[in-house]
Design a protein around this ligand. Structure first.
Ligand code: MNH
Length: 446
């Protein structure tokens, strides 16, 4: 990488550790966002021997979304997941043959028609959560949203129930998955040699977790039978030319990617609704007007415009996948001075981009769904909001997550007021994705 104009960087830079000193692996994103505020729309950091460029300005972002010049980069954080999910959709390299084979097979599972097919199952699962919440006990929100979204992806995509609501805490699949995500994340912040010596215990644990995750997947497939019918994600894959190992990778990718980010999104949204009863009241009035008394129908979901703004606003403030990487397709210059050779890459820090006061106004840090009112959206640069990434390899599950999110919020706020714990202040945890920490709400029937 060649910098014509020197880029801003943090003040203390040490050999070996680079700029990493004093930053816990659990607060990398928070730290990166703070640096963006201090240093501006592009800055550079040294992380061990790796130079990473962080971009958070809408002008530079607009260049980076140009698919003729840039493509997804499978960044080190994603490479770290390859022992678990190999050439699955999320972790595949752009030129891997199975990537294109998987698109052919799986794209139909994410069409509007497919969403229509999943709708009744989503409603059914959400009703099971309502049954639990009707008891009126305080909810451990992240735990409950994790049960909800894992159950939804399990049943819609794979015809498989994790019996989530009959368990005190989410299925052990979730714990094993989170441990292996954390392991992958931490493995990046281990100093090269010392890390290898001190990490053997974690390595062993991780091998056991991967074996367990694979066993769960095999159970999901066995439950179906090799030539099972139906047209869910599993059926499409089992009838396809994708090989067994790749199908395994895809199943873990969809079970993990399909629930974790969405659960966090819903948790942040419920937190904001609990602290903004006016927003909740307005959304509830919309749900009453659009859906009437019965279960929301498929067609209703697209009409819940204000609830949709709540989902978008949550993803703006807390993009649960807070960054993505873009690599140069050919030698090029980014902005007015960063020369990138083919294959060199930069990180788009969505978490900072989406709070840029120059774009979002003086209340950029405030929860206000009217940031997504149509007039406001028209005035804003297009690439200031990218919670699902961009281009060819943007999130395939976007419509799925939005449909599920709007539907779940609608059914919850229609029925309950949300009482926060007195004095709770939002704390954000980073476990590959962002999620609220210590969030408890008491649902009260309206
Ligand atoms: Mn999802 C890619 C965010 C829900 C499955 N997802 C991405 C990317 C982002 C993202 C950002 C792009 C990463 C990159 O460029 O490196 N995803 C989200 C968020 C939510 C979400 C914020 C919920 C909210 N994702 C879902 C759901 C599923 C899913 C639900 C599946 C059911 N996501 C994927 C897959 C990819 C992906 C698979 C990889 C797609 C590809 O590379 O072609």
């Amino acid at each position: 990488m060649d910098v014509a104009v020197p880029l801003p960087h943090p003040r203390w830079r040490l050999p070996v550790l680079g700029d990493l000193l004093g930053v816990s692996p659990d607060h990398q994103i928070e730290h990166a966002v703070r640096l963006a505020r201090q240093l501006g729309p592009i800055y550079v950091r040294k992380i061990f021997n790796q130079t990473v460029v962080f971009v958070s300005g809408p002008g530079l972002a607009a260049e980076l979304v140009d698919e003729k010049r840039f493509a997804k980069h499978v960044a080190p954080t994603i490479v770290a997941l390859r022992p678990l999910i190999g050439d699955g959709l999320f972790t595949a390299y752009n030129d891997e043959p199975n990537l294109h084979a998987a698109y052919q097979v799986l794209t139909p599972a994410f069409s509007q028609a497919a969403m229509r097919g999943y709708h009744a199952t989503m409603v059914q699962v959400i009703r099971e959560l309502l049954d639990r919440w009707d008891a009126g006990a305080e909810s451990d929100v992240v735990s409950d949203m994790t049960k909800l979204t894992l159950e939804i992806i399990g049943r819609t995509g794979f015809g498989y129930s994790f019996d989530s609501f009959d368990r005190p805490t989410p299925h052990p699949f979730v714990a094993a998955m989170i441990r292996s995500l954390v392991y992958a994340q931490r493995s990046m912040f281990r100093p090269p040699v010392i890390g290898r010596l001190t990490g053997w215990r974690a390595d062993r644990r991780n091998r056991a977790d991967i074996a367990y995750l694979n066993a769960v997947v095999d159970e999901v497939v066995r439950t179906r039978g090799r030539d099972g019918d139906g047209d869910d994600m599993l059926a499409l894959m089992l009838r396809s030319p994708l090989d067994e190992v790749n199908i395994r990778h895809q199943i873990i990718t969809f079970l993990a990617g399909g629930h974790e980010t969405t659960a966090s999104m819903l948790s942040f949204a419920l937190h904001s609704l609990s602290t903004h009863p006016d927003v909740l009241a307005r959304a509830r009035a919309e749900v009453d007007a659009v859906c009437g008394a019965g279960d929301p129908a498929f067609e209703h979901v697209g009409k819940l415009r204000y609830v949709r703004r709540i989902v978008d606003e949550s993803l703006r403030l807390w993009p649960t996948a807070p960054a993505f990487a873009r690599e140069a397709r050919a030698d090029t210059t980014l902005g007015d001075g960063l020369r990138l050779r083919r294959g060199e890459w930069v990180l788009v820090l969505t978490a900072a981009l989406q709070r840029d006061p120059g774009v979002w106004g003086v209340d950029a840090d405030e929860f206000n769904p009217d940031h997504f009112a149509p007039e406001a959206a028209k005035r804003r640069p297009k690439h200031a909001f990218m919670p699902f990434g961009t281009g060819m390899r943007a999130c395939i599950g976007r419509q799925f997550a939005v449909h599920e999110g709007v539907l779940a919020l609608a059914m919850l706020i229609r029925r309950y007021d949300l009482r926060p714990r007195p004095g709770y202040r939002l704390r954000v945890r980073e476990l590959l994705t962002l999620k609220p920490e210590g969030l408890f709400l008491t649902p009260e029937r309206r």
